[in-house]
Design a protein around this ligand. Structure first.
Ligand code: GRF
Length: 228
């Protein structure tokens, strides 16, 4: 095709791309574990991923039970959801701890007492220290709204839009001490359309987070039982 020839309609500007919700991740069920997992959740905000985990475990897709939620922000929506869902919730306001390590020690004590197998950072807006990473080595899971390693850190969706990406998504991964780093468990790719805004893109990404997080948690649980 010469440079002056118009692009075929299928890829030209006039062709409206079909709007799909997600590009990959087939409908896979969370893997099975030898016994139901005891799950702890950390949240700071809305808590929609926390609720997705509770629902997935109650409807049998995820073999496990959410035995406790900790929030660091006293009035967050996640706390209200825990009340509605009947999940024991505790506020650990980070302002009341002298250091990151002090908060993380309190978290380890709390979730150890609850005999938690896998701990999930579901919108936990705190950088975690090696104290938590080591105590929950290979069983601390984070969910992040980008295809890591792209767009680590805050405002990932806004930055993906600003960069003009056509494909973005979400990642569930095991947590290493650096921000949004560690072995990737599962990702879902989500299309970003030219006229997308945060308001239109975010629900598409959140819907996929709610699908992949229970799968990632079960994967972490499976690895836990497979350890020598
Ligand atoms: C999610 O987008 C997650 O990827 C990020 O924080 C957000 C939490 O959303 N880490 P919610 O509180 O679960 O609704």
């Amino acid at each position: 095709m010469s440079p002056s020839e118009p692009l075929p309609a299928a890829v030209g500007e006039d062709a409206a791309p079909p709007r799909t919700a997600a590009l990959v991740v087939p409908h896979v069920a969370p893997p099975q574990t030898p016994r139901p997992l005891r799950l702890g959740v950390l949240a700071s905000g809305r808590g929609s991923n926390f609720e997705a985990l509770v629902r997935s475990s109650r409807h049998g897709a995820l073999q496990g039970e959410v035995v406790g939620l900790v929030v660091n922000t006293p009035h967050c929506k996640a706390l209200a959801r825990a009340g509605r869902l009947g999940i024991a919730a505790t506020v650990m306001n980070h302002h009341h701890y002298g250091s990151r390590e002090a908060l993380d020690h309190a978290l380890v004590d709390h979730f150890t007492a609850l005999q938690v197998d896998v701990l999930v950072m579901a919108g936990w807006m705190r950088i975690v220290s090696p104290v938590l990473c080591q105590a929950y080595d290979q069983r601390l899971v984070n969910i992040h709204p980008s295809l890591l390693p792209a767009f680590r850190g805050l405002n990932a969706m806004e930055r993906a839009l600003a960069a003009g990406v056509c494909i973005t998504g979400c990642t569930a991964h095991l947590v290493a001490p650096e921000v949004d780093a560690g072995p990737i468990l599962i990702q879902a790719a989500v299309p970003a359309y030219p006229n997308d805004t945060l308001a239109t893109l975010a629900p598409r990404i959140h819907a996929q987070e709610h699908r992949i997080l229970p799968i990632a948690v079960a994967m972490a649980g499976q690895r836990l039982f497979a350890r020598p």
